[in-house]
Ligand binder design. Structure first.
Ligand code: C2E
Ligand code: CA
Length: 977
């Protein structure tokens, strides 16, 4: 809404202006014309005006003064002359009625009316006096001129007259062109009103080509001097620029970006407050070139100078980072550009403190470089996968691991790296889990590890084919960003070798190293598996013991023995029918397992077949060795087993052990299924049958009831023997070893078992049980402790040294971890002098001992302990072996002594042993001397000491003590018989 204000024309040329001009008038005023009417803030904004645009009259006297005069009532009476139909002529205005205000009267020197004032006047509706020209009544208020067909002025409105500065009467009859000229036509015709006096007022022209009821036309003029569009635009631009400048200043303050300008033309500098702060310039006041130069750190000045010169001379943009002189720890980013503003050259620039940003960038760059370096040198494979699990980056180690380059890996999905065939195995149908499968229920950023996965490996340099997979453990760390995108950092640890070792260990745990056959553990599992199935009653175990294998071993050496075993293992592997598997139980024992004997014609047919396979001539070390085996067999039915119909399917022609081994391989934890309770029995009964066959000198024995009873009895005895050791039911008897003079040199401790039901049991009955139950070591420890304790109490005879005690060792042997400590402890506890202890071991336990064991033995020997080779000459030992044994005593086996008086060969062996022993400084003791002839021959041969019934049987300790006290023993022919 336009506002109304009262204005008066103060400086109209009094002489030119008609009397009516200069009268107080009421005019509609353009909204922004009277500034006092604007809202304060608008007024403030509008106060800005460039100096060059400012009109001189703004400050000149004679401006319109608002609200200083009373308002003239608006409105005007009708001016149409109804009778003539012509506009009635305007009455001449009374000049006296237009009195000039006194204070203006003296200043009516302005030659022209300002455009603003003119416009104001032109727009002012004037109260029409009486007798207004009716022609004008037809026309809008304001400056209007009525023209006849010849272009001559008929009449004009008062406003027009005022605008022109000439009375209407003077204009009448003159050419309208005298007063109004068109300067531009178009939709908005422009023109000028020529004022009397020569000045012009820009106007917009509106033509009324025909006034109704007259031949005249009219010209309405609108003063646009104050509404010049350029001016409007200029004002708007200035206002917008001012707004923008304020906003910019606010923003730059916020962003701490300073601006500055250098007017090259006059070398004037201006700085925003932020720029001043950043450069360390004073907050106010002018800044000269020298000050500007000094605000840059001295070391950066040469650079600034060079770049500044380049910019000024070539227009090159200046963009550099400098340190301010007032605080060299800061870094300022300065940008500047040379521009032309009108005729002036201006350099406009910005300055920003980038200290923190650069420090952060440096930190990020360093950390990023470190990460990249770390990836490069990491000995494990590392890859980064994006949200879609596509590989983004892989380090060298991973490339090496997979045999592929970075480029060919990039973009591949994680699951494409998997070697599905290796992961699934031939029998698996289920899909393997995805490579980067999150732990169930997890979300967001999280880390986890997963067990080894098989990844494809493309052989480098090959024809691009995939080779064995590489097994990697994965450690995955997922970080989820704000937008929900996930980045996977995955570390691949190559565990292929570990798996290979593991597999090899698992294989070793289930296989015999020498022959490669499944071992005792595998056999046990397989038997257990079969006994839980439908063929339990028909499952057979055949224990096969090679006859005279020890002889081959001893005569041809261990290598030959091994070769023989490998050869036979292959023969069994190849010759056994499907459904039967050979395993190696121990030493020279093979065990054949058959899932279903009925499928192979029954147990007899099977034992027959196996017997034939093992009865052959084997080429060993270039010579044929005849071998045969004794077989003991047991079948499930003999145990009274009932077939488990709903047990696992058993293919009678499939390898019964291979299946169990495969299952164990697949089971990562190798969790053993509980053993079938009859497993040990079936194996034991087969073993018992073998024992029976061997002792009965038959080729084959089947575990019948008697054998099984015997085996059960052995088992019962084993349990009782354990108890006996704990309950001290074992006793020691001692048998004297006498010198040629009958004096007791040593007494050998011989163990007996005082059984509550069976009475005194001799060692040949229970030692095999102790051995089978792995109780020999415990038994030896007990005997050693007991024997030395007792021997320490033995009386000496006369001035002779008291008799020594000889202890047999079979389970506690030199080289055992606790051997030295056990002997040491037992002797120390008893108080027996070291030189009264003899330790008897069979030849095989003394041969081929490692240096550490020999060192242990030498320690004891140095203390006075003697070692004796027991039962020398039995088995397949050769005389030459004797020289290498770390023993001081050799005991000639009873077998040679028996025939020494009657048989030439026994005597020859005895002589050789005696002579060799003498030659190497060993004492020779003859065992089992039963009669005087044997004694006589042996004495002649030079035997050092004698043990046998001819002198004394083994006796309880107290009795021995008595005999020892009595002195030398005379040969007792009666006792020996
Ligand atoms: P050995 O070490 O050769 O012991 C000698 C065996 O020959 C003893 O049998 C003894 O009673 C017997 N003997 C002694 N003189 C004669 C004789 O003139 N004629 C005949 N026919 N036999 C005679 P024993 O006590 O039954 O011991 C048998 C085997 O048991 C021993 O043979 C030894 O190898 C073992 N043994 C005995 N006691 C122990 C022991 O405490 N610990 C260990 N590890 N083995 C023992
Ligand atoms: Ca002995």
């Amino acid at each position: 809404m336009p506002r109304l204000a009262v204005v008066r024309v103060a400086d109209a040329d009094a002489s030119d202006v008609p009397a009516a001009v200069g009268e107080p008038i009421s005019v509609p005023v353009h909204a922004d014309t009277p500034r006092s009417d604007l809202a304060p803030e608008q007024a403030a904004r509008s106060s800005y005006r460039p100096a060059e645009d400012r009109a001189p009259e703004d400050d000149a006297p004679g401006r319109c003064e608002a609200d200083t005069l009373p308002t003239v009532p608006r409105g005007r009476p009708a001016r149409t002359d109804a009778s003539s139909g012509r506009p009635s002529p305007r009455p001449r205005e009374d000049a006296s009625a237009r009195r000039r205000p006194a204070h203006r009267a003296a200043t009516t020197t302005a030659p022209e009316v300002s455009p603003v004032e003119a416009a104001t006047v032109a727009a002012a509706p004037v109260a029409a006096p009486e007798g207004t020209d009716p022609l004008l009544e037809l026309l809008p208020e304001g400056p209007v001129v009525v023209v006849d067909a010849d272009g001559l002025v008929v009449t004009a409105s008062r406003e027009f007259a005022r605008l022109v500065g000439a009375p209407v009467g003077e204009m009448a009859g003159t050419s309208v062109d005298t007063w109004v000229v068109t300067t531009a036509s178009g939709s908005s015709e422009r023109g000028e009103v020529r004022r009397r006096g020569g000045t012009t007022v820009p106007v917009r022209l509106v033509r009324w080509n025909r006034l109704p009821g007259t031949p005249h036309r009219a010209l309405v003029v609108v003063d646009v001097s104050d509404l010049d569009e350029d001016e409007v635009v200029r004002r708007a631009v200035h206002s917008a620029v001012a707004d923008e400048r304020r906003r910019l200043e606010g923003l730059t303050r916020l962003a701490q970006v300073g601006s500055w300008e250098n007017d090259r033309t006059v070398d004037a500098w201006s700085f925003s407050s932020v720029a001043r702060t950043l450069f360390g310039l004073p907050a106010r006041g002018t800044v000269g070139r020298a000050t500007v130069a000094e605000c840059v750190h001295p070391m950066d000045r040469p650079q600034v100078t060079a770049r500044w010169t380049a910019m000024v001379e070539t227009g090159a943009r200046l963009d550099l980072e400098v340190r301010p002189a007032h605080d060299p720890s800061r870094l300022l980013h300065v940008r500047a550009e040379r521009t032309a503003v009108g005729h002036r050259t201006v350099v406009a620039g910005s300055v920003e403190d980038v200290t923190e940003r650069r420090a952060l960038e440096t930190r990020m760059r360093t950390s990023s470089r470190r990460f990249t370096d770390l990836l490069a040198v990491a000995p494990v494979g590392v890859a980064i996968f994006d949200d879609h699990e596509r590989l983004v980056q892989a380090n060298q180690s991973l490339c090496r691991l997979l045999g592929e380059g970075q480029e060919s890996l990039r973009g591949r999905r994680a699951d494409e790296l998997l070697d599905l065939a290796a992961e699934q195995g031939p029998d698996t149908v289920a899909m393997p889990t995805p490579l980067l499968a999150r732990p169930a229920g997890s979300a967001g950023s999280i880390s986890w590890s997963c067990a080894a996965r098989a990844l494809r490996r493309r052989e480098r340099g090959a024809r691009g084919e995939f080779t064995d997979p590489v097994w990697c453990e994965l450690h995955v760390s997922v970080s989820v960003d704000d937008a929900g995108g996930a980045t996977h950092l995955v570390v691949f640890t190559d565990v292929t070798e570990n798996r290979r070792v593991e597999a090899s260990l698992r294989h070793q745990a289930m296989h015999d190293e020498l022959t490669g056959l499944p071992n005792r553990r595998a056999l046990t599992r397989a038997v257990s598996h079969l006994l839980a199935g439908p063929t339990a009653r028909r499952t057979a175990v055949l224990f096969c013991d090679l006859d005279n294998f020890k002889r081959v071993n001893d005569s041809l050496g261990h290598d030959a023995g091994d070769e023989l075993l490998v050869w036979l293992a292959d023969r069994l592997r190849d010759g056994l029918p499907p459904g039967c598997t050979a395993t190696r139980h121990s030493g020279d024992e093979f065990v054949v397992l058959c899932a279903d004997v009925d499928a192979h014609g029954g147990l007899d047919a099977l034992t027959d077949l196996v017997g034939k396979l093992l009865r052959t001539a084997v080429p060993v070390h270039g010579q044929l060795v005849r071998v045969s085996a004794t077989i003991g067999a047991a079948v499930g039915a003999a145990l009274g087993l009932v077939a488990t119909v709903d047990g696992l399917e058993v293919d009678p022609f499939a390898d019964p052990v291979a299946g169990v081994l495969a299952a164990a391989r697949a089971d990562a934890e190798d969790t053993e299924a509980p053993e079938h309770p009859a497993t040990a029995d079936l194996i034991r009964f087969a073993d018992a049958a073998l024992f029976e066959a061997k002792s009965g000198s038959t080729r084959v024995a089947l575990a019948d009831e008697a054998i099984m009873r015997g085996a059960d009895e052995a088992l019962r005895l084993e349990m009782q023997l354990r108890q006996a050791l704990v309950n001290d039911e074992l006793v020691l008897h001692f048998q004297p070893v006498v010198g040629p003079d009958g004096c007791v040199q040593t007494a050998e401790a011989l163990v007996r078992w005082q059984h509550p039901e069976h009475g005194l049991i001799f060692p040949d009955k229970f030692l095999p049980i102790a051995e089978a139950a792995d109780l020999l070591g415990e038994l030896d420890r007990w005997v050693l402790r007991t024997a030395v304790r007792e021997a320490a109490t033995w009386p000496a005879y006369g001035d002779r040294p008291a008799a020594s005690v000889a202890v047999n060792l079979a389970g506690l042997l030199p080289g055992d971890p606790d051997f030295l400590a056990t002997v040491d402890e037992a002797v120390a506890e008893s108080g027996l002098p070291w030189d009264r202890l003899v330790l008897e071991l069979v030849e095989t336990c003394l041969a081929d001992l490692p240096p550490s064991t020999l060192r242990e033995m030498n320690e004891l020997i140095a203390a006075g302990v003697r070692f004796a080779v027991d039962d020398f000459g039995t088995g397949y030992s050769s005389l030459s072996r004797l020289t290498g044994l770390p023993a001081q005593i050799v005991k000639l086996d009873r077998g040679f002594v028996r025939g020494v008086a009657t048989g030439e060969s026994d005597r020859a062996v005895a002589r050789a042993v005696v002579e060799l022993a003498a030659a190497i400084g060993q004492t020779c003791v003859a065992e089992g001397v039963e009669d005087a002839d044997q004694f006589a021959v042996l004495r002649d041969l030079g035997v050092d000491a004698y043990q046998g019934w001819l002198f004394a049987r083994a006796m309880p300790g107290p009795k021995l003590a008595e005999i020892l006290a009595r002195g030398p023993i005379a040969p007792d022919v009666a006792d020996a018989s």
